[in-house]
Design a protein around this ligand. Structure first.
Ligand code: ADP
Ligand code: MG
Length: 224
């Protein structure tokens, strides 16, 4: 079975304010098309782990493979390119550029990657917005739409380069139950219809129990 993501013996220490072993020998993988969730108490290391797995944090011991290629190493242009192309990331807060239109926000990561023309990227962005049922918002300014709509725009932006894996750090943490369910259904549809792999940190048991697998963290270790 193809592994989209593989973590081997990931250890991380913070030095300040006091030396602290935050991630302890983390080993696990995500298979192609798998929808996995990470749960655990606040402070157990979930966000720290997700930043490493998404290659945003390169300061750790151990090895990380993305599509069976080693991506462990110092920050570099090549690592940024790999991240932009292969990893979609959705945060608890949408981080849209409020003065830009919805479609401009969605197009940004593809513009940064620079592999397609403006027209191709625009076409792709419209497709993504329509898939998430927000095509009608394309020309609106990002600060003129609701919270649930903003998070769907953030998902469209995360998908613009057709990543291998979509990661989320409590992507429903700031949403009401209606919009949380909407985001869950989008993720499920991406898995079932596109074969996308997903790795999502959540506090919501109702969300997690409907994913393929729950990874449970405690004090920097995976306990199940
Ligand atoms: P979670 O996402 O599970 O709530 P985090 O990964 O954010 O947990 O944090 C894990 C632990 O590491 C916490 O005890 C937190 O206080 C600590 N921590 C997080 N970031 C830093 C940092 N930059 N420097 C020192 N300690 C940190
Ligand atoms: Mg966190």
């Amino acid at each position: 079975m193809t592994l989209v993501l593989e973590a081997q013996h990931i250890n991380k220490h913070f030095q300040k304010p006091v030396p602290f072993h935050v991630l302890k020998d983390i080993c696990f993988d995500v298979k192609k098309g798998e929808f996995a969730s990470i749960m655990g108490k606040s402070g157990s290391g979930k966000s720290t782990l997700l930043y490493i797995l998404s290659t945003m944090d390169t300061d750790y011991d151990g090895k990380l493979f993305l599509n069976e290629h080693l991506v462990t190493g110092k920050p570099s242009k090549e690592l940024s390119r790999i991240r932009n192309k292969h990893i979609g990331f959705v945060f608890q807060f949408h981080y849209l550029l409020s003065e830009f239109s919805v479609i401009e926000n969605v197009m940004l990561p593809a513009k940064k990657l620079g592999e397609k023309s403006h027209a191709e990227i625009e076409h792709e962005a419209i497709k993504k917005l329509e898939m998430l049922h927000i095509g009608h918002l394309a020309k609106k300014r990002a600060n003129r739409i609701s919270g649930g709509e903003k998070q769907r725009v953030a998902i469209a932006r995360a998908l613009i380069n057709d990543p291998s894996i979509l990661m989320g750090d409590e992507p429903t943490g700031n949403l009401d139950s209606y919009n949380s369910e909407n985001v869950f259904q989008i993720f499920k549809q991406l898995k079932e219809e596109k074969g996308l792999s997903l790795l999502v940190v959540t506090h919501d048991m109702d969300f997690a129990k409907r994913t393929d697998r729950i990874i449970e963290m405690e004090d920097g270790s995976i306990i199940s």
